[in-house]
Design a protein around this ligand. Structure first.
Ligand code: SF4
Ligand code: SF4
Length: 337
């Protein structure tokens, strides 16, 4: 194990369901929920079993991020968290905090001391009774165990800023941390910059979460080696495993197998080059998952790609008869079939 590997805090993210009871305008799942809800799926029993076996193999040091959609929309969510807890893995719940306190109570009991954090998001445009929702969060804070923390986040818009300040004030009376999250624009995935009075406030309140998000976009991805794919993993509701949220141009780095077919799983070994032009999420920064290395170019060197540049044979059907076209150092040498 290298020192770089020791600094990484390993985690696996499980998108147990794509379903959600909200239709937030800034979320692709919210959009589908509004227009094509039948396209959103729950993880099947087979996917859940496959995920649990993969987790058992990875070991208990991998933290599990439970995400959706809204995880509580999955009928077997609580039962699954109980089984994760039995494996000894710590869990972080990402929820929109809309389910009743009684449901949270069952979840907190099932997850036990392995529930590290409830990361609740308040989507104000979807909430019918904001004060009731705030009161529920306060009740949840009272029933969580000593080893569990709770923090609430909200996405800032020009319109909701004053409401968020009210939420922050109410939650702070009960020592509940509130984080202002910058909106990521759907069309270009850029981070929003607001009008001056909001920016002034955010400057004081800018949370590490936003800073990590901003820092991720500054990574020169062609120069880093990243542990995503070995120590950071993402499993979607269909059981597909990927290294992170960013599309990788090299196929074997983008798709690492499916949890329902153990023989298909090929996780990356250690830190490997990144094949995305941009890093889109805060996790690799928050978890020390990448580092700049003078050897990155060597890791990126692909011998078969290199040989294809020197020498290639391709079929050419453009003429009256098909023929083979040979290229040596880019120079075309044609041969009749
Ligand atoms: S609650 Fe979360 S998953 Fe659901 S629509 Fe809103 S942002 Fe998307
Ligand atoms: S996009 Fe980010 S998390 Fe994904 S491999 Fe590249 S640096 Fe790592």
């Amino acid at each position: 194990m290298t020192k770089a590997a020791d600094r990484v805090k390993p985690f696996i993210e499980f998108n147990i369901t794509e379903k959600c009871n909200y239709c937030c305008e800034y979320c692709s799942q919210g959009f589908l929920n509004k227009h094509e809800p039948l396209k959103l799926k729950n993880a099947s029993d087979e996917v859940i079993e496959g995920f649990l076996s993969l987790l058992e193999k990875l070991g208990s040091e991998y933290e599990v991020n439970l995400i959706g959609g809204e995880p509580f929309c999955h009928p077997k969510f609580i039962e699954t968290t109980e089984r994760i807890s039995q494996l000894g893995n710590k869990m972080i719940l990402y929820s929109n905090m809309s389910f009743p306190v009684s449901v949270f109570e069952k979840f907190i009991d099932a997850a036990g001391d392995n529930l590290k954090l409830i990361h609740g998001a308040l989507h104000v445009s979807e909430i019918k009774d904001l004060d009731k929702n705030i009161q529920n969060i306060i009740k949840i804070k009272q029933i969580i165990k000593d080893k569990t923390a709770i923090r609430i986040v909200s996405v800032v818009t020009e319109e909701n800023f004053e409401t968020l300040r009210y939420i922050e004030k109410e939650l702070s009376k009960h020592n509940i941390e509130f984080i202002y999250i910058r909106l990521i624009k759907q069309e270009n995935r850029e981070i929003t910059i607001y009008s001056p009075h909001i920016e002034e406030y955010l400057k004081i309140k800018e949370h590490k979460y936003n800073k990590d998000m901003l820092k991720a976009r500054e990574i020169n991805t062609s120069k880093v080696l990243c542990f995503a794919g070995s120590k950071l993993l993402h499993v979607d509701a269909q059981g597909n495993i990927s290294r992170c949220w960013s599309w990788q141009s090299k196929k074997e780095f983008g798709y690492l197998g499916n949890v329902t077919e153990p023989s298909s799983i090929k996780l990356l070994k250690g830190a490997r080059p990144c094949y995305s032009p941009v890093c889109y999420c805060q996790h690799p920064t928050a978890r020390n998952a990448y580092y700049y290395s003078p050897f990155t170019a060597l890791y990126r060197f692909d011998f078969s790609e290199f040989m294809q540049k020197i020498f290639s044979v391709k079929n050419d059907y453009s003429g009256s008869k098909p023929r083979k076209v040979w290229r040596v150092l880019g120079l075309k040498i044609s041969y009749k079939k």
